[in-house]
Design a protein around this ligand. Sequence first.
Ligand code: AMP
Length: 372
Amino acid sequence: MNIGVLGAGQLGRMLALAGYPLANRFTFLDTTGHPSAGIGDVMVYTDQHHLDDFLDKVDLVTYEFEHLPVALVQAIEELRPVYPSSEAIRICQNRAQEKALFDRLGIPTPAYRLVQSAEELEAATRELGAPVVAKSVTEGYDGKGQAVLRDPAEAVDAWRSINHPQLVVEAFVDFVREVSIIAVRGREGDVAFYPMAENLHVDGILRYSLAPMPDLDETVQQTADGYIRALLDELDYVGVLTLELFQTRDGQLLANEMAPRVHNSGHWTMDGAVTSQFENHLRAIQGLPLGDTSARMPTCMVNVIGQEGDAAAILAIEDAHLHRYDKSERPGRKLAHVNLLAPTHAELLEKVHACACLLPEAPEPRFSFEDS
Ligand code: AMP
């Protein structure tokens, strides 16, 4: 089976690494002009000619990047099976569409308004009550295209700085922690859920993901499973889907956003789960049985951002697994991640601190359950 992947970054690289044992071959189609997968057959899309070449080579198509022209994915869908479908991309590209879907399925979200001018932004900030977070409806990721308003008077500056014709304005959630649920749905509608992860972000960028959480109430996991199942079934989705949520002080979950693909907050599954998110995505899209999603041990993923750090020292930590993306160092760039495993959460935290000390730009790791 030759799998075509739209996008050619580190997620595609890790998909390929998971697919080689299944005798899959990979052809990547990059639309950004900056492919970094460094594996498989990488093509850069500029015209129809490249698309024809790509389609000649592949049996089915998936994607590792959702900021793709929807028309391109729809055109590919006419000629090859595409999993997940272009409908998932269309919705996930647009925060307004995403929120409408959450509303329709009864998945709670932070209170929000859609605005199309600085005046409307000011009015929405007053109505929702500052602080609020304003986000561009399209083209935002890793915290880009966003502003926090602490006062309605900041609306003109925020509108100018985001510089987008439509924004979603959300009440600022006083969350206990940010979490994500990752699930996979097969071609026959079979679904498997991973244990939820606690995610630490700094400046909108994920730095640490830890799963399973030691203090997670089983009913909270079940609630998240129900939310993501509703999304998977509604979209007749095939593959891995990620839903990011806020957990509030009263134990409620509020959906933030979803990603129609394997996700950085699921990298822990490469070493910490029986079947990784990457292998399960490939199993799903090929119509193979889904693998066991349970965790082997408490696991923490540490993102390596900007500078590589001392690889030998990281690998000297017991049960540390370094996954490098073969990219050059640049401020803010995701270069690698480390998965740390330990039999207890206390031992795991010691390893996380030891690992953070070896990474020049790693922020202080501080998880919500350390306070309890
Ligand atoms: P997003 O791009 O929507 O995932 O937002 C990036 C980060 O900004 C999130 O991971 C949160 O840390 C923070 N954030 C986004 N929306 C809210 C909100 N409504 N309340 C509080 N923090 C938020």
